[in-house]
Design a binder for this molecule. Sequence first.
Ligand code: THU
Length: 134
Amino acid sequence: MNRWQELVARACEARKRAYAPYSRFAVGAALEDAQGRIWCGCNVESASYGLTVCAERVAIFSAVAAGASGFSKLVVASVGGHWPCGACRQVLAELAPGLIVAAVEAEEPQIHQTATIEELLPGTFRLDAPPPQS
Ligand code: THU
């Protein structure tokens, strides 16, 4: 199994753990870091709808919280093979510059198309990092 295939399998597996009782739309994500480790996420919804977190952000926030960096590839799996939402694109563009993204149909998981995060979000919003507090 090549790396992309492994990411597809892991994204589909993560999708099964989605907590999506409100939308009933399950999403899985699998992200590869510089060391070749794979970080997974699924969407986690809330009865207070706006608190829902997408699969892609669960994956990258878990990875960053565990000290991972240098993200190179991301697979997102859903029925319909949807691309990451705008909020996730903003987060990914900041934390994973150069990332290559593939959106796959969960019921027939194959990669047909990839795009860089810069293609998905031209003109990413950026702030200069504030100086450390003394
Ligand atoms: N969702 C994701 O997990 N990723 C996206 O990029 C878009 C949407 C989730 C959020 C919510 O739980 C459900 O899909 C329907 O919007």
